[in-house]
Design a protein around this ligand. Structure first.
Ligand code: NAD
Ligand code: ZN
Ligand code: ZN
Length: 396
């Protein structure tokens, strides 16, 4: 029997690397012939994990974390036809069956067959179907032919693995935020949040041809990171309202598109920037987006937040000024990113040097035993994207 180790959520603020079960090609007591076992080459820590680790969800103690997985196929079930042992693959964080009505139209973030509790599933995530996470040495991936993206050349892929590892979530997610906010050539965009998703969204806006990308946050190092690849920035600790700060940059207090890359743990602006105000980003996006513009919302909102400061917010009821968005005919787009819609194009953009995503989000590779430290540093607002290398396979 092979051994396996993974990062488990223990209690608010605490994760631990533990010995965990080696994955089986099984779903309960049924064989999972459409699945594969992966030896994990890289697996990233995400802001979405932090919501659980901060105790802001109903995640149970002992949950093995990790939904951003890239790996080598080391065993394939009988019914896997096109993915082969030895393939190096990117795993979309959404688990999707490929057979339901949503999967059939590309809505793999809300697959109907992989989570008995609600549409949509992910590895190692609360309320997402109970699938074992991949911040580990090995993991099982179901519906492998449908889910996996095979890299065309292993050596070429290993040379760019710091970039390609971001295809499992944040690059497609940031791109989806931009696409759903209507970003295209010449767009002027406000991106809220300069964490890895916000930075990936800003890169995506450039890739889509945006004229100006303005990134807002309250962490100076993260704003500096956004400026390092050509973004304008606004420091939300300042008392100057966001619209006025935008006007200082582009001459008018309005943008074409806004993307919320923050979610429900949003802080207020100005003198409120030290406190949580969960509706801040959504209300700010409606304030600064032009009439007729669109707002992409990859930032996560939950239906249960035990750590919220009000009874309403504990159930995901936030004080959103929907009348403002209505008056301006805004479009809103929410939900998990359907990674598969974008990962192949973005892989090619990486392989053919059209984008430098790892540099933009400042990837730092760490070993599995350094994962708890990675979580701590990320929680403190490090301007980095931590990528775990559980087998020491990533070249320097
Ligand atoms: N929809 C999806 O499929 C999907 C996928 C991945 C991540 N996410 C979500 O995207 C969000 C961002 O992820 P991340 O990894 O970058 O997280 P992160 O926590 O590293 O980044 C969030 C950033 O927002 C900043 N912030 C706080 N309040 C703000 C405000 N009012 N305005 C602007 N910035 C503010 C924080 O300082 C922080 O830098 C999270 O909610 C995460 O769960 C969603
Ligand atoms: Zn993620
Ligand atoms: Zn499905």
């Amino acid at each position: 029997m092979c051994h396996n180790h993974g990062v488990a959520y223990i209690s608010p603020g605490v994760v631990e690397v533990q010995e965990i079960e080696y994955p089986k090609l099984a779903l309960g007591d049924r064989k999972c012939e459409h699945g594969v076992i992966l030896q994990i080459v890289s697996t990233n820590i995400c802001g979405s994990d932090q919501h659980m680790v901060r105790g802001r969800t109903t995640a149970p103690a002992g949950l093995v974390l990790g939904h951003e997985i890239t790996g080598l196929v080391i065993e394939a079930g009988r019914d896997v036809e096109f993915i082969k042992e030895g393939d190096l693959v990117s795993v979309p964080f959404n688990i999707a069956c490929g057979r339901c009505r949503n999967c059939k139209v590309g809505q793999t973030g809300i697959c109907l067959n992989v989570n008995p509790a609600r549409p949509g599933a992910a590895y190692g995530y609360v309320d997402m179907g109970g699938w074992v996470g991949g911040q580990a040495e090995y993991v099982m991936v179901p519906y492998a032919d449908f889910n996996l993206l095979k890299f065309p050349d292993k050596d070429q892929a290993m040379a760019k693995i710091r970039d390609l590892t971001l295809l499992s979530d944040i690059f497609p997610t940031g791109y989806h935020g931009a696409v759903t906010a209507g970003v295209g050539p010449g767009s002027i965009v406000y991106v809220a949040g300069a964490g890895p998703v916000g930075l990936a969204c800003a890169v995506s806006c450039h890739l889509l041809g945006a004229a100006v990308v303005i990134v807002g946050d309250m962490i100076p190092e993260r704003l500096e990171q956004a400026r390092s690849f050509g973004c304008e920035t606004v420091d939300l600790r300042k008392d100057t309202p966001l619209a006025d700060q935008i006007a200082e940059i582009i001459g008018v207090p309005e943008v074409d598109s806004a993307v919320d890359c923050v979610g429900f743990e949003a802080h207020g602006h100005g003198s409120d920037s030290g406190k949580e105000q969960p509706a801040t980003v959504l209300n700010a996006a409606m304030t600064v987006t032009r009439a007729g513009g669109a707002i992409g919302i990859p930032g996560l909102y939950v239906t249960g937040d035990p750590g919220a400061s009000t009874e309403d917010a504990k159930e995901g009821n936030l004080s959103i000024r929907i009348g403002l968005g209505w008056a301006k005919s805004h479009s809103f787009y929410t939900g998990q990113c359907p990674v598969m819609k974008y990962h192949r194009q973005l892989m090619n953009a990486i392989l053919y040097d059209k984008v430098q995503i790892a540099k933009a989000v400042n990837v730092e590779v760490i070993s599995l035993d350094k994962a708890p430290k990675g979580y701590q540093d990320f929680d403190k607002g490090a301007a980095k994207k931590f990528v775990i290398d559980p087998h020491g396979l990533i070249p320097n």
